[in-house]
Design a protein around this ligand. Structure first.
Ligand SMILES: C[S@@+](CC[C@H](N)C(=O)[O-])C[C@H]1O[C@@H](n2cnc3c(N)ncnc32)[C@H](O)[C@@H]1O
Length: 190
């Protein structure tokens, strides 16, 4: 779903970037993120700062996608050296079965009422043994941000318990989980 204007602005802010650079990516690395010789797909790449950080880890290839054309236009302007697509993550048909090694999500599934379809599409495009690095907020934090900052998240049954039940039901392996005050982070393996 498209971001509200306040959240769109917050996603371009310095605090968001500092969090991603000095906390989230280092945490994923401690949880096993290693992109040497890997084909990487980022879901909900926003304006591209995640692409910049992921590419510092020197993957073999990188593609970022986002449903908002404004986000992808910014990403292309900010980082013309990387590949970005305007694409709904519920439909990963531009990617062949078992074509990517790693998928990365920085806080996106809670924006997508059809988040189960996204997980299933990621499972389809990941190679056997491929990994999903995923971070999402708790429902209570989403409600707090909506009340405080009018971010206006969509009505959805998304929640961390629901997510965990679904990925286990679908046969993913939990390699590592880390709770942090605003985001819970997962390393899942297909
Ligand atoms: C909270 S922002 C996070 C952006 C970026 N990953 C970051 O951490 O700064 C969520 C992003 O998901 C994108 N998004 C929402 N629904 C989507 C969908 N169905 N498919 C792809 N991207 C989607 C939004 O446009 C937005 O850029």
């Amino acid at each position: 779903m498209r971001l509200s204007t306040p959240e769109f602005r917050a996603m371009q802010s310095l605090p968001r970037r500092l969090g991603q650079r000095f906390f989230e990516v280092p945490m994923f690395r401690r949880m096993g993120l290693n992109l040497d010789n890997k084909d990487v797909l980022e879901i909900g790449c926003g304006s591209g700062y995640g692409a910049f950080l992921i590419n510092e880890l020197q993957p073999k290839s990188y593609v970022g996608l986002d449903i908002m054309d404004e986000q992808v236009e910014l990403a292309r302007k900010n980082y013309p050296q990387f590949q970005f697509l305007i694409q709904d993550a519920e439909d990963l048909s531009p990617f062949a079965n078992e074509s990517r090694d790693v998928a990365v999500i920085f806080g996106v599934l809670h924006h997508i009422p059809g988040w189960r379809k996204v997980i299933d599409e990621i499972a389809r495009v990941l190679k056997t043994g491929g990994c999903l690095f995923l971070e999402e907020p708790r429902g209570v934090d989403i409600k707090a941000f909506d009340a405080l900052f009018r971010w206006g998240h969509p009505d959805s049954d998304f929640g961390l318990n629901t997510l965990e039940k679904f990925v286990f039901y679908r046969g993913w392996t939990l390699v590592h989980k880390k709770w942090t005050p605003l985001l819970t982070m997962y390393h899942l393996q297909k």
